[in-house]
Design a protein around this ligand. Structure first.
Ligand code: FAD
Ligand code: N01
Length: 542
Protein backbone atom coordinates (compact mmCIF):
# COMPACT_ATOMS: atom_id res chain seq x y z
CA UNK A 1 0.00 0.00 0.00
CA UNK A 2 1.13 3.54 -0.74
CA UNK A 3 2.56 4.98 2.56
CA UNK A 4 0.25 7.99 2.38
CA UNK A 5 -2.77 5.65 2.19
CA UNK A 6 -4.54 4.28 5.23
CA UNK A 7 -6.87 1.35 5.07
CA UNK A 8 -9.99 1.14 7.25
CA UNK A 9 -13.22 -0.82 7.33
CA UNK A 10 -15.17 2.43 7.41
CA UNK A 11 -14.36 6.07 6.74
CA UNK A 12 -16.86 8.53 8.19
CA UNK A 13 -16.89 12.13 6.98
CA UNK A 14 -17.95 14.64 9.66
CA UNK A 15 -17.67 14.71 13.46
CA UNK A 16 -20.97 16.31 14.42
CA UNK A 17 -23.45 14.25 16.41
CA UNK A 18 -23.85 11.85 13.46
CA UNK A 19 -20.15 11.14 13.01
CA UNK A 20 -19.57 10.88 16.76
CA UNK A 21 -22.29 8.30 17.31
CA UNK A 22 -21.21 6.38 14.21
CA UNK A 23 -17.67 6.11 15.53
CA UNK A 24 -18.86 4.84 18.90
CA UNK A 25 -21.22 2.33 17.33
CA UNK A 26 -18.80 1.03 14.68
CA UNK A 27 -16.08 0.59 17.28
CA UNK A 28 -18.48 -1.56 19.30
CA UNK A 29 -18.79 -3.77 16.21
CA UNK A 30 -15.02 -4.08 16.04
CA UNK A 31 -14.79 -2.23 12.72
CA UNK A 32 -11.71 -0.11 12.16
CA UNK A 33 -13.06 3.40 11.63
CA UNK A 34 -11.56 6.76 10.78
CA UNK A 35 -13.57 9.98 11.07
CA UNK A 36 -12.45 12.99 9.03
CA UNK A 37 -13.60 16.43 10.15
CA UNK A 38 -12.98 19.86 8.62
CA UNK A 39 -13.29 21.66 11.97
CA UNK A 40 -10.70 21.64 14.75
CA UNK A 41 -12.96 19.73 17.14
CA UNK A 42 -16.23 17.82 17.50
CA UNK A 43 -19.79 19.20 17.54
CA UNK A 44 -20.57 20.05 13.91
CA UNK A 45 -23.44 22.55 13.89
CA UNK A 46 -22.70 23.51 17.48
CA UNK A 47 -19.00 23.97 16.75
CA UNK A 48 -19.61 26.31 13.78
CA UNK A 49 -22.77 28.24 14.81
CA UNK A 50 -21.56 30.24 17.81
CA UNK A 51 -23.47 33.41 17.01
CA UNK A 52 -25.09 35.26 19.92
CA UNK A 53 -28.42 33.73 20.86
CA UNK A 54 -27.77 30.37 19.16
CA UNK A 55 -29.68 27.57 20.85
CA UNK A 56 -31.79 24.57 19.97
CA UNK A 57 -35.57 24.79 19.68
CA UNK A 58 -36.31 21.23 20.73
CA UNK A 59 -36.47 20.51 24.48
CA UNK A 60 -32.94 19.44 25.40
CA UNK A 61 -34.12 16.46 27.41
CA UNK A 62 -35.24 15.19 23.99
CA UNK A 63 -32.55 16.80 21.81
CA UNK A 64 -29.97 14.43 23.30
CA UNK A 65 -28.79 10.89 22.71
CA UNK A 66 -30.56 7.83 24.09
CA UNK A 67 -27.96 5.23 23.11
CA UNK A 68 -26.18 5.27 26.47
CA UNK A 69 -28.33 5.01 29.63
CA UNK A 70 -25.34 6.25 31.67
CA UNK A 71 -24.91 9.31 29.45
CA UNK A 72 -28.54 10.28 29.66
CA UNK A 73 -28.64 9.78 33.41
CA UNK A 74 -25.53 11.81 34.14
CA UNK A 75 -25.86 14.83 31.80
CA UNK A 76 -27.54 17.89 33.35
CA UNK A 77 -29.24 20.38 31.02
CA UNK A 78 -29.75 23.72 32.72
CA UNK A 79 -32.49 25.11 30.45
CA UNK A 80 -35.53 23.65 28.68
CA UNK A 81 -33.85 24.51 25.37
CA UNK A 82 -30.12 24.72 25.84
CA UNK A 83 -27.90 27.41 24.36
CA UNK A 84 -25.08 26.62 21.92
CA UNK A 85 -22.24 26.63 24.50
CA UNK A 86 -24.04 24.00 26.58
CA UNK A 87 -24.79 21.81 23.55
CA UNK A 88 -21.14 22.07 22.49
CA UNK A 89 -20.13 21.09 26.06
CA UNK A 90 -22.40 18.06 25.66
CA UNK A 91 -20.66 17.11 22.39
CA UNK A 92 -17.28 17.50 24.08
CA UNK A 93 -18.44 15.42 27.02
CA UNK A 94 -19.46 12.62 24.64
CA UNK A 95 -16.09 12.82 22.88
CA UNK A 96 -14.30 12.55 26.25
CA UNK A 97 -16.54 9.91 27.76
CA UNK A 98 -16.21 7.57 24.77
CA UNK A 99 -12.61 8.62 23.96
CA UNK A 100 -13.62 9.47 20.42
CA UNK A 101 -10.93 11.98 19.43
CA UNK A 102 -8.17 9.43 18.94
CA UNK A 103 -9.93 8.16 15.81
CA UNK A 104 -10.84 11.56 14.39
CA UNK A 105 -8.66 13.47 11.94
CA UNK A 106 -9.45 17.14 12.62
CA UNK A 107 -8.76 20.21 10.46
CA UNK A 108 -9.01 17.96 7.41
CA UNK A 109 -11.50 18.37 4.60
CA UNK A 110 -12.51 15.49 2.34
CA UNK A 111 -12.30 16.63 -1.27
CA UNK A 112 -13.13 13.44 -3.13
CA UNK A 113 -14.46 9.94 -2.61
CA UNK A 114 -14.15 7.55 -5.55
CA UNK A 115 -15.34 3.96 -5.69
CA UNK A 116 -12.84 1.48 -7.10
CA UNK A 117 -14.98 -1.29 -8.56
CA UNK A 118 -12.17 -3.80 -9.00
CA UNK A 119 -11.05 -3.53 -5.36
CA UNK A 120 -14.55 -2.87 -3.97
CA UNK A 121 -13.08 -0.01 -1.97
CA UNK A 122 -13.76 3.68 -1.53
CA UNK A 123 -10.70 5.88 -2.02
CA UNK A 124 -11.07 9.10 -0.05
CA UNK A 125 -8.75 12.07 -0.57
CA UNK A 126 -8.32 15.06 1.69
CA UNK A 127 -7.04 18.63 1.40
CA UNK A 128 -4.04 17.50 3.44
CA UNK A 129 -2.99 15.23 0.57
CA UNK A 130 -3.83 12.04 2.42
CA UNK A 131 -5.68 9.12 0.91
CA UNK A 132 -7.78 6.68 2.87
CA UNK A 133 -9.27 3.48 1.54
CA UNK A 134 -12.25 1.78 3.08
CA UNK A 135 -14.89 -0.79 2.23
CA UNK A 136 -17.58 1.54 3.47
CA UNK A 137 -17.86 5.30 3.40
CA UNK A 138 -20.46 7.12 5.49
CA UNK A 139 -21.24 10.75 4.78
CA UNK A 140 -22.13 12.37 8.11
CA UNK A 141 -21.52 15.74 6.56
CA UNK A 142 -24.62 17.51 7.95
CA UNK A 143 -27.69 19.04 6.35
CA UNK A 144 -26.89 22.60 7.40
CA UNK A 145 -23.11 22.71 7.26
CA UNK A 146 -22.36 24.74 4.12
CA UNK A 147 -23.05 28.42 4.85
CA UNK A 148 -24.66 30.33 1.99
CA UNK A 149 -23.21 33.77 1.35
CA UNK A 150 -25.25 35.34 -1.45
CA UNK A 151 -23.42 37.06 -4.26
CA UNK A 152 -24.05 40.77 -3.75
CA UNK A 153 -22.24 43.23 -5.98
CA UNK A 154 -19.44 45.09 -4.22
CA UNK A 155 -19.32 42.73 -1.21
CA UNK A 156 -15.54 42.55 -1.41
CA UNK A 157 -15.31 46.36 -1.01
CA UNK A 158 -16.78 46.47 2.50
CA UNK A 159 -14.07 47.77 4.84
CA UNK A 160 -15.63 46.71 8.16
CA UNK A 161 -15.82 43.29 9.82
CA UNK A 162 -17.87 40.59 8.14
CA UNK A 163 -19.30 37.50 9.85
CA UNK A 164 -21.58 34.63 8.88
CA UNK A 165 -23.77 33.09 11.60
CA UNK A 166 -22.88 29.62 10.29
CA UNK A 167 -19.13 30.15 10.70
CA UNK A 168 -18.84 32.30 13.79
CA UNK A 169 -15.45 33.02 15.40
CA UNK A 170 -14.82 30.91 18.49
CA UNK A 171 -13.54 33.92 20.44
CA UNK A 172 -16.85 35.76 19.89
CA UNK A 173 -17.47 39.25 18.53
CA UNK A 174 -17.52 42.49 20.50
CA UNK A 175 -20.40 44.58 19.12
CA UNK A 176 -20.10 47.44 21.61
CA UNK A 177 -19.79 50.87 19.95
CA UNK A 178 -20.52 49.20 16.61
CA UNK A 179 -23.11 50.00 14.00
CA UNK A 180 -24.18 46.55 12.88
CA UNK A 181 -26.10 45.48 9.79
CA UNK A 182 -27.61 42.00 9.63
CA UNK A 183 -28.87 40.45 6.39
CA UNK A 184 -31.62 37.86 6.80
CA UNK A 185 -34.55 37.05 9.08
CA UNK A 186 -34.45 33.24 9.25
CA UNK A 187 -34.02 31.21 12.46
CA UNK A 188 -30.41 32.32 12.97
CA UNK A 189 -31.14 36.03 12.61
CA UNK A 190 -34.28 35.79 14.74
CA UNK A 191 -32.19 34.31 17.56
CA UNK A 192 -29.27 36.71 17.07
CA UNK A 193 -31.14 40.02 16.64
CA UNK A 194 -32.43 40.49 20.22
CA UNK A 195 -28.99 39.63 21.66
CA UNK A 196 -26.94 41.78 19.25
CA UNK A 197 -29.42 44.61 19.85
CA UNK A 198 -28.48 44.59 23.53
CA UNK A 199 -24.77 44.83 22.75
CA UNK A 200 -24.46 47.04 19.67
CA UNK A 201 -24.57 50.80 19.43
CA UNK A 202 -27.04 50.38 16.59
CA UNK A 203 -28.52 47.43 14.71
CA UNK A 204 -30.13 47.57 11.26
CA UNK A 205 -32.05 44.50 10.13
CA UNK A 206 -32.11 44.05 6.35
CA UNK A 207 -35.16 41.85 5.79
CA UNK A 208 -36.17 40.41 2.42
CA UNK A 209 -38.93 38.07 3.62
CA UNK A 210 -40.54 38.44 7.07
CA UNK A 211 -40.91 35.14 8.92
CA UNK A 212 -43.55 33.56 11.13
CA UNK A 213 -42.04 32.96 14.57
CA UNK A 214 -43.54 31.83 17.86
CA UNK A 215 -42.39 32.69 21.38
CA UNK A 216 -40.13 29.98 22.83
CA UNK A 217 -41.00 30.48 26.50
CA UNK A 218 -37.61 29.04 27.32
CA UNK A 219 -36.75 28.78 31.00
CA UNK A 220 -34.38 27.10 33.45
CA UNK A 221 -34.87 23.37 33.93
CA UNK A 222 -35.64 22.52 37.53
CA UNK A 223 -33.83 19.64 39.17
CA UNK A 224 -37.18 18.17 40.14
CA UNK A 225 -38.40 18.13 36.54
CA UNK A 226 -35.12 16.74 35.26
CA UNK A 227 -35.24 13.92 37.80
CA UNK A 228 -38.80 13.08 36.83
CA UNK A 229 -37.88 13.04 33.14
CA UNK A 230 -34.89 10.76 33.57
CA UNK A 231 -36.94 8.35 35.60
CA UNK A 232 -39.33 8.16 32.62
CA UNK A 233 -36.68 8.22 29.95
CA UNK A 234 -37.39 4.74 28.54
CA UNK A 235 -40.98 5.68 27.87
CA UNK A 236 -40.14 9.17 26.55
CA UNK A 237 -37.55 7.80 24.14
CA UNK A 238 -39.95 5.15 22.84
CA UNK A 239 -42.63 7.80 22.29
CA UNK A 240 -40.12 9.99 20.46
CA UNK A 241 -39.18 7.13 18.13
CA UNK A 242 -42.81 6.44 17.24
CA UNK A 243 -43.84 10.09 16.87
CA UNK A 244 -44.21 12.32 13.82
CA UNK A 245 -41.30 14.67 14.56
CA UNK A 246 -39.25 12.93 17.25
CA UNK A 247 -40.54 15.41 19.82
CA UNK A 248 -42.92 14.48 22.61
CA UNK A 249 -42.77 17.79 24.49
CA UNK A 250 -42.66 15.69 27.64
CA UNK A 251 -44.18 17.48 30.59
CA UNK A 252 -43.85 21.02 29.34
CA UNK A 253 -44.74 21.61 25.70
CA UNK A 254 -43.84 25.18 25.01
CA UNK A 255 -45.66 26.51 28.04
CA UNK A 256 -48.97 28.11 28.92
CA UNK A 257 -51.83 28.51 26.52
CA UNK A 258 -49.87 27.30 23.51
CA UNK A 259 -49.68 23.80 24.94
CA UNK A 260 -52.94 22.95 23.23
CA UNK A 261 -53.88 20.05 20.95
CA UNK A 262 -54.92 21.39 17.53
CA UNK A 263 -58.51 20.15 17.32
CA UNK A 264 -60.56 23.22 16.38
CA UNK A 265 -61.40 24.64 12.93
CA UNK A 266 -60.44 28.26 12.28
CA UNK A 267 -62.84 28.30 9.32
CA UNK A 268 -65.70 27.96 11.81
CA UNK A 269 -64.72 31.05 13.82
CA UNK A 270 -65.91 34.63 13.37
CA UNK A 271 -63.60 37.63 12.95
CA UNK A 272 -64.61 38.83 16.42
CA UNK A 273 -63.74 35.46 17.98
CA UNK A 274 -60.33 35.46 16.29
CA UNK A 275 -59.63 39.02 17.43
CA UNK A 276 -60.55 38.08 20.99
CA UNK A 277 -58.24 35.06 20.87
CA UNK A 278 -55.34 37.23 19.69
CA UNK A 279 -56.09 39.64 22.53
CA UNK A 280 -56.10 36.82 25.11
CA UNK A 281 -53.28 34.57 23.90
CA UNK A 282 -51.19 36.40 21.33
CA UNK A 283 -49.28 34.49 18.66
CA UNK A 284 -49.88 31.06 20.13
CA UNK A 285 -53.67 31.27 19.81
CA UNK A 286 -53.26 29.81 16.33
CA UNK A 287 -52.00 26.49 17.65
CA UNK A 288 -55.48 25.25 18.54
CA UNK A 289 -56.58 25.08 14.87
CA UNK A 290 -56.09 21.83 13.00
CA UNK A 291 -57.20 23.11 9.58
CA UNK A 292 -54.43 25.73 9.34
CA UNK A 293 -51.93 23.10 8.19
CA UNK A 294 -54.33 21.62 5.65
CA UNK A 295 -56.37 24.33 4.02
CA UNK A 296 -55.12 27.48 2.28
CA UNK A 297 -58.09 29.61 3.30
CA UNK A 298 -57.74 28.50 6.93
CA UNK A 299 -54.04 29.20 6.75
CA UNK A 300 -54.66 32.74 5.51
CA UNK A 301 -57.00 33.42 8.45
CA UNK A 302 -54.25 32.26 10.82
CA UNK A 303 -51.74 34.51 9.04
CA UNK A 304 -54.11 37.39 9.56
CA UNK A 305 -54.34 36.64 13.31
CA UNK A 306 -50.56 36.51 13.36
CA UNK A 307 -50.30 39.94 11.72
CA UNK A 308 -52.78 41.37 14.23
CA UNK A 309 -50.52 40.26 17.04
CA UNK A 310 -47.44 41.88 15.44
CA UNK A 311 -49.42 45.14 15.43
CA UNK A 312 -50.08 44.69 19.14
CA UNK A 313 -46.42 44.01 20.04
CA UNK A 314 -44.48 46.36 17.76
CA UNK A 315 -45.10 49.98 18.66
CA UNK A 316 -44.07 51.78 15.47
CA UNK A 317 -46.83 51.13 12.87
CA UNK A 318 -44.47 51.28 9.86
CA UNK A 319 -42.06 48.81 11.49
CA UNK A 320 -44.98 46.56 12.46
CA UNK A 321 -46.25 46.62 8.88
CA UNK A 322 -42.72 45.86 7.63
CA UNK A 323 -42.45 42.81 9.87
CA UNK A 324 -45.70 41.27 8.66
CA UNK A 325 -45.32 38.14 6.52
CA UNK A 326 -47.61 38.15 3.50
CA UNK A 327 -48.11 36.14 0.35
CA UNK A 328 -46.95 32.75 1.57
CA UNK A 329 -48.47 30.29 4.03
CA UNK A 330 -47.54 29.74 7.62
CA UNK A 331 -45.85 26.33 7.91
CA UNK A 332 -44.15 26.38 4.52
CA UNK A 333 -40.72 27.20 5.97
CA UNK A 334 -38.88 25.63 8.92
CA UNK A 335 -40.81 26.70 12.07
CA UNK A 336 -39.04 29.41 14.03
CA UNK A 337 -39.30 30.14 17.71
CA UNK A 338 -37.84 33.18 19.40
CA UNK A 339 -37.08 35.01 22.59
CA UNK A 340 -38.27 38.66 22.44
CA UNK A 341 -37.74 39.00 18.69
CA UNK A 342 -40.50 41.51 17.94
CA UNK A 343 -39.84 43.37 21.19
CA UNK A 344 -36.29 44.08 19.94
CA UNK A 345 -37.80 46.36 17.28
CA UNK A 346 -39.21 48.58 20.05
CA UNK A 347 -35.67 49.54 21.05
CA UNK A 348 -34.31 52.94 20.02
CA UNK A 349 -31.13 51.39 18.63
CA UNK A 350 -32.85 48.91 16.25
CA UNK A 351 -34.17 49.72 12.77
CA UNK A 352 -35.85 47.54 10.19
CA UNK A 353 -35.19 47.91 6.48
CA UNK A 354 -38.05 46.11 4.76
CA UNK A 355 -36.41 45.21 1.47
CA UNK A 356 -39.85 44.61 -0.08
CA UNK A 357 -39.95 48.42 -0.31
CA UNK A 358 -36.70 48.41 -2.32
CA UNK A 359 -33.93 45.80 -2.30
CA UNK A 360 -30.18 45.72 -1.87
CA UNK A 361 -28.28 47.16 -4.85
CA UNK A 362 -24.64 46.93 -3.80
CA UNK A 363 -22.40 46.64 -0.80
CA UNK A 364 -20.08 49.64 -0.50
CA UNK A 365 -16.92 50.27 1.55
CA UNK A 366 -19.03 51.71 4.35
CA UNK A 367 -22.33 49.86 4.21
CA UNK A 368 -25.21 48.65 2.08
CA UNK A 369 -26.80 50.60 -0.75
CA UNK A 370 -30.48 49.83 -1.22
CA UNK A 371 -33.16 51.31 -3.43
CA UNK A 372 -34.33 53.04 -0.25
CA UNK A 373 -30.98 54.64 0.53
CA UNK A 374 -27.52 53.92 1.91
CA UNK A 375 -27.05 52.37 5.38
CA UNK A 376 -23.68 52.73 7.13
CA UNK A 377 -22.16 49.90 9.18
CA UNK A 378 -18.94 49.00 10.99
CA UNK A 379 -19.92 45.32 11.04
CA UNK A 380 -21.95 43.24 8.61
CA UNK A 381 -23.53 39.93 9.65
CA UNK A 382 -24.75 37.48 7.06
CA UNK A 383 -27.54 35.39 8.56
CA UNK A 384 -28.26 34.05 5.10
CA UNK A 385 -28.53 30.35 5.79
CA UNK A 386 -27.11 27.26 4.14
CA UNK A 387 -26.91 25.27 0.95
CA UNK A 388 -29.04 22.75 2.77
CA UNK A 389 -29.21 18.95 2.60
CA UNK A 390 -27.24 18.46 -0.61
CA UNK A 391 -24.61 21.24 -0.24
CA UNK A 392 -21.97 19.34 1.74
CA UNK A 393 -22.36 16.19 -0.35
CA UNK A 394 -22.08 18.03 -3.64
CA UNK A 395 -18.97 19.91 -2.53
CA UNK A 396 -17.20 16.56 -2.42
CA UNK A 397 -16.32 14.93 -5.75
CA UNK A 398 -18.18 11.66 -5.10
CA UNK A 399 -17.96 9.04 -7.84
CA UNK A 400 -19.56 5.62 -7.88
CA UNK A 401 -19.62 2.80 -10.41
CA UNK A 402 -18.12 3.61 -13.82
CA UNK A 403 -16.96 6.94 -12.43
CA UNK A 404 -20.49 8.36 -12.31
CA UNK A 405 -20.52 11.63 -10.34
CA UNK A 406 -23.11 12.11 -7.59
CA UNK A 407 -23.47 15.69 -8.89
CA UNK A 408 -24.67 14.24 -12.22
CA UNK A 409 -26.93 11.62 -10.61
CA UNK A 410 -28.51 14.49 -8.66
CA UNK A 411 -28.58 17.04 -11.45
CA UNK A 412 -32.38 17.30 -11.35
CA UNK A 413 -32.49 17.05 -7.53
CA UNK A 414 -31.39 14.51 -4.93
CA UNK A 415 -32.37 10.87 -5.48
CA UNK A 416 -31.92 8.14 -2.92
CA UNK A 417 -33.49 5.06 -1.44
CA UNK A 418 -34.75 5.88 2.07
CA UNK A 419 -32.28 8.78 2.25
CA UNK A 420 -29.68 6.15 3.12
CA UNK A 421 -28.13 5.03 -0.16
CA UNK A 422 -27.90 6.01 -3.82
CA UNK A 423 -28.05 3.64 -6.80
CA UNK A 424 -24.64 3.22 -8.41
CA UNK A 425 -22.77 4.17 -5.23
CA UNK A 426 -22.27 0.84 -3.42
CA UNK A 427 -21.33 0.84 0.25
CA UNK A 428 -21.82 4.60 0.50
CA UNK A 429 -24.31 5.74 3.15
CA UNK A 430 -25.70 9.15 4.01
CA UNK A 431 -26.89 10.03 7.52
CA UNK A 432 -30.15 12.02 7.54
CA UNK A 433 -29.82 12.40 3.78
CA UNK A 434 -32.47 13.85 1.46
CA UNK A 435 -35.41 11.47 1.25
CA UNK A 436 -35.45 10.82 5.02
CA UNK A 437 -37.33 12.77 7.76
CA UNK A 438 -34.07 14.48 8.69
CA UNK A 439 -34.54 18.25 9.05
CA UNK A 440 -38.29 17.86 9.60
CA UNK A 441 -37.54 16.09 12.86
CA UNK A 442 -35.65 16.27 16.12
CA UNK A 443 -32.39 15.42 14.41
CA UNK A 444 -30.90 13.41 17.25
CA UNK A 445 -33.74 10.89 17.00
CA UNK A 446 -33.23 10.62 13.24
CA UNK A 447 -29.44 10.42 13.58
CA UNK A 448 -29.71 7.54 16.07
CA UNK A 449 -32.15 5.68 13.83
CA UNK A 450 -29.89 6.01 10.78
CA UNK A 451 -26.70 5.11 12.61
CA UNK A 452 -28.36 2.05 14.18
CA UNK A 453 -29.73 0.99 10.79
CA UNK A 454 -26.32 1.34 9.11
CA UNK A 455 -24.57 -0.52 11.95
CA UNK A 456 -27.11 -3.37 11.77
CA UNK A 457 -26.65 -3.52 8.02
CA UNK A 458 -22.86 -3.81 8.32
CA UNK A 459 -23.29 -6.54 10.94
CA UNK A 460 -25.69 -8.40 8.64
CA UNK A 461 -23.17 -8.16 5.80
CA UNK A 462 -20.28 -9.35 7.95
CA UNK A 463 -22.25 -12.30 9.31
CA UNK A 464 -23.09 -13.42 5.78
CA UNK A 465 -19.76 -12.47 4.25
CA UNK A 466 -21.38 -10.02 1.85
CA UNK A 467 -19.19 -7.48 0.12
CA UNK A 468 -21.47 -4.76 -1.24
CA UNK A 469 -24.89 -3.21 -0.79
CA UNK A 470 -26.66 -0.73 -3.04
CA UNK A 471 -30.27 0.03 -3.91
CA UNK A 472 -31.88 -1.03 -7.16
CA UNK A 473 -32.85 1.73 -9.57
CA UNK A 474 -36.49 0.66 -9.26
CA UNK A 475 -36.41 1.00 -5.45
CA UNK A 476 -34.77 4.41 -5.69
CA UNK A 477 -37.30 5.61 -8.26
CA UNK A 478 -40.25 4.33 -6.23
CA UNK A 479 -38.94 6.00 -3.06
CA UNK A 480 -38.29 9.35 -4.79
CA UNK A 481 -41.84 9.14 -6.18
CA UNK A 482 -43.26 8.41 -2.74
CA UNK A 483 -41.30 11.26 -1.09
CA UNK A 484 -42.67 13.69 -3.69
CA UNK A 485 -46.19 12.33 -3.49
CA UNK A 486 -46.58 12.72 0.29
CA UNK A 487 -45.22 16.28 0.16
CA UNK A 488 -47.83 17.35 -2.41
CA UNK A 489 -50.78 19.25 -0.99
CA UNK A 490 -48.92 20.27 2.16
CA UNK A 491 -47.99 23.87 2.94
CA UNK A 492 -44.36 22.86 2.31
CA UNK A 493 -44.93 22.67 -1.43
CA UNK A 494 -47.45 25.49 -1.88
CA UNK A 495 -46.64 27.37 -5.13
CA UNK A 496 -46.04 30.58 -3.12
CA UNK A 497 -43.59 28.82 -0.79
CA UNK A 498 -39.86 29.48 -1.21
CA UNK A 499 -37.90 27.58 1.41
CA UNK A 500 -34.52 25.93 1.70
CA UNK A 501 -36.41 22.62 2.01
CA UNK A 502 -37.18 23.22 -1.68
CA UNK A 503 -33.69 24.48 -2.51
CA UNK A 504 -35.28 27.84 -3.32
CA UNK A 505 -32.63 29.83 -1.39
CA UNK A 506 -29.80 28.84 -3.74
CA UNK A 507 -29.88 30.25 -7.28
CA UNK A 508 -30.05 27.46 -9.86
CA UNK A 509 -30.79 24.67 -7.36
CA UNK A 510 -33.57 22.36 -8.62
CA UNK A 511 -36.89 23.01 -6.88
CA UNK A 512 -37.51 19.67 -5.17
CA UNK A 513 -38.89 19.11 -1.67
CA UNK A 514 -35.93 17.25 -0.18
CA UNK A 515 -36.89 15.74 3.20
CA UNK A 516 -39.47 12.98 3.78
CA UNK A 517 -42.67 14.34 5.26
CA UNK A 518 -44.16 10.97 6.27
CA UNK A 519 -42.97 11.21 9.89
CA UNK A 520 -40.27 9.68 12.04
CA UNK A 521 -42.38 6.77 13.34
CA UNK A 522 -43.75 5.69 9.96
CA UNK A 523 -40.34 6.05 8.35
CA UNK A 524 -38.73 3.89 11.03
CA UNK A 525 -41.36 1.21 10.42
CA UNK A 526 -40.62 1.35 6.69
CA UNK A 527 -36.85 0.97 7.27
CA UNK A 528 -37.44 -1.94 9.68
CA UNK A 529 -39.78 -3.59 7.19
CA UNK A 530 -37.15 -3.35 4.44
CA UNK A 531 -34.72 -5.23 6.71
CA UNK A 532 -37.36 -7.80 7.74
CA UNK A 533 -37.98 -8.44 4.02
CA UNK A 534 -34.31 -9.31 3.57
CA UNK A 535 -33.21 -5.82 2.58
CA UNK A 536 -35.98 -5.36 0.05
CA UNK A 537 -34.98 -2.88 -2.65
CA UNK A 538 -31.26 -3.40 -2.04
CA UNK A 539 -28.86 -5.69 -3.86
CA UNK A 540 -26.37 -7.37 -1.54
CA UNK A 541 -23.56 -9.23 -3.24
CA UNK A 542 -20.91 -11.65 -2.13
P1 FAD B 1 -23.36 18.57 11.49
O1 FAD B 1 -23.51 18.92 12.90
O2 FAD B 1 -23.63 19.61 10.48
O3 FAD B 1 -21.90 18.00 11.30
C1 FAD B 1 -21.37 17.74 10.04
C2 FAD B 1 -19.87 17.90 10.13
O4 FAD B 1 -19.30 17.45 8.90
C3 FAD B 1 -19.42 19.34 10.31
O5 FAD B 1 -18.65 19.46 11.46
C4 FAD B 1 -18.60 19.65 9.06
O6 FAD B 1 -17.48 20.43 9.32
C5 FAD B 1 -18.20 18.26 8.60
N1 FAD B 1 -17.98 18.19 7.16
C6 FAD B 1 -18.83 18.50 6.16
N2 FAD B 1 -18.26 18.30 4.97
C7 FAD B 1 -17.01 17.85 5.23
C8 FAD B 1 -15.92 17.47 4.41
N3 FAD B 1 -15.99 17.50 3.08
N4 FAD B 1 -14.77 17.07 5.01
C9 FAD B 1 -14.66 17.01 6.36
N5 FAD B 1 -15.66 17.37 7.18
C10 FAD B 1 -16.82 17.78 6.62
N6 FAD B 1 -31.83 20.29 14.78
C11 FAD B 1 -32.74 19.91 15.69
O7 FAD B 1 -33.24 18.79 15.62
N7 FAD B 1 -33.11 20.75 16.69
C12 FAD B 1 -32.59 21.97 16.82
O8 FAD B 1 -32.97 22.70 17.72
C13 FAD B 1 -31.62 22.40 15.88
N8 FAD B 1 -31.06 23.62 15.96
C14 FAD B 1 -30.17 24.01 15.01
C15 FAD B 1 -29.61 25.28 15.12
C16 FAD B 1 -28.74 25.73 14.16
C17 FAD B 1 -28.10 27.07 14.29
C18 FAD B 1 -28.46 24.92 13.03
C19 FAD B 1 -27.56 25.42 11.94
C20 FAD B 1 -29.00 23.65 12.93
C21 FAD B 1 -29.84 23.18 13.94
N9 FAD B 1 -30.37 21.91 13.91
C22 FAD B 1 -31.28 21.52 14.85
C23 FAD B 1 -29.93 20.94 12.89
C24 FAD B 1 -28.54 20.34 13.28
O9 FAD B 1 -27.75 20.50 12.16
C25 FAD B 1 -28.69 18.89 13.73
O10 FAD B 1 -29.51 18.84 14.86
C26 FAD B 1 -27.40 18.15 14.10
O11 FAD B 1 -26.57 18.90 14.92
C27 FAD B 1 -26.70 17.67 12.87
O12 FAD B 1 -25.63 16.83 13.20
P2 FAD B 1 -24.77 16.14 12.06
O13 FAD B 1 -23.62 15.50 12.71
O14 FAD B 1 -25.63 15.31 11.21
O15 FAD B 1 -24.29 17.35 11.12
O1 N01 C 1 -31.18 30.49 7.30
P1 N01 C 1 -32.55 30.70 6.49
P2 N01 C 1 -30.92 30.38 8.87
N1 N01 C 1 -30.60 39.36 0.38
O2 N01 C 1 -32.28 30.16 5.14
C1 N01 C 1 -32.15 35.90 3.78
C2 N01 C 1 -31.63 25.78 11.39
N2 N01 C 1 -31.53 26.68 12.52
O3 N01 C 1 -29.49 30.25 9.10
O4 N01 C 1 -36.36 34.35 2.97
C3 N01 C 1 -31.38 39.49 1.45
O5 N01 C 1 -33.72 30.21 7.23
C4 N01 C 1 -33.36 35.06 3.55
O6 N01 C 1 -34.36 35.81 2.94
P3 N01 C 1 -35.47 35.07 2.00
C5 N01 C 1 -33.10 25.70 10.99
O7 N01 C 1 -33.35 24.46 10.42
C6 N01 C 1 -32.24 26.36 13.62
O8 N01 C 1 -31.64 31.46 9.58
O9 N01 C 1 -34.71 34.13 1.11
N3 N01 C 1 -31.70 38.47 2.28
C7 N01 C 1 -33.68 34.62 4.97
O10 N01 C 1 -34.36 35.63 5.66
C8 N01 C 1 -33.17 26.81 10.00
O11 N01 C 1 -34.28 26.81 9.17
C9 N01 C 1 -32.22 27.21 14.69
O12 N01 C 1 -36.11 36.16 1.27
C10 N01 C 1 -31.21 37.27 1.97
C11 N01 C 1 -32.28 34.46 5.58
O13 N01 C 1 -31.39 35.20 4.76
C12 N01 C 1 -31.87 26.65 9.26
O14 N01 C 1 -30.93 26.32 10.28
C13 N01 C 1 -31.49 28.37 14.65
C14 N01 C 1 -30.39 37.05 0.86
C15 N01 C 1 -31.83 33.02 5.62
O15 N01 C 1 -32.69 32.28 6.43
C16 N01 C 1 -31.40 27.85 8.50
O16 N01 C 1 -31.64 29.02 9.25
C17 N01 C 1 -30.78 28.66 13.51
C18 N01 C 1 -30.10 38.16 0.04
N4 N01 C 1 -29.35 38.04 -1.07
C19 N01 C 1 -30.81 27.80 12.45
N5 N01 C 1 -30.06 35.74 0.83
C20 N01 C 1 -33.03 26.85 15.89
O17 N01 C 1 -33.56 27.65 16.57
C21 N01 C 1 -30.65 35.16 1.89
N6 N01 C 1 -31.35 36.09 2.58
C22 N01 C 1 -33.23 25.48 16.14
Amino acid sequence: MNPSESEFDVVVVGAGFSGMYLLHKLRQLGLSTRVIEAGDDVGGTWYWNRYPGARCDVPSMEYSFSFSPELQQEWRWTEVMAAQPEILDYANHIADRFTLRRDIEFATRVESAHYDESEQRWRIKTDTARTYTARFCVMATGCLSVPNTPTIEGAENFSGDVFHTGNWPAQGVDFSKRRVGIIGTGSSAIQAIPVIAEQAQHLTVLQRTPNYTMPAHNRPLSEEFRQQAIENYDEIREQQRQSMTGIVGYGFGFGGADNVEPTEAILETTAAQRAALVEQEGFVAIRRFADVALDTAANELACDMYRQQIKRVVKDPRTAEGLMPKGYPMGCKRPVIDTHYYEAFNRDNVDLVDLRRGGIETITATGVQTVQGHFEFDTLVYATGFDAMTGALQKIDIRGRKGEALRDHWEAGPRSYLGLQVTGFPNLFTVTGPGSPSVLSNMLVSIEQHVDWIADCLTHMRDRQLATIEPTLAAEEAWVGHVNEVAQGTMFTAPSCNSWYLGANIPGKPRIFMPYVGGVGEYRKKCDQVVANDYEGFVLSA
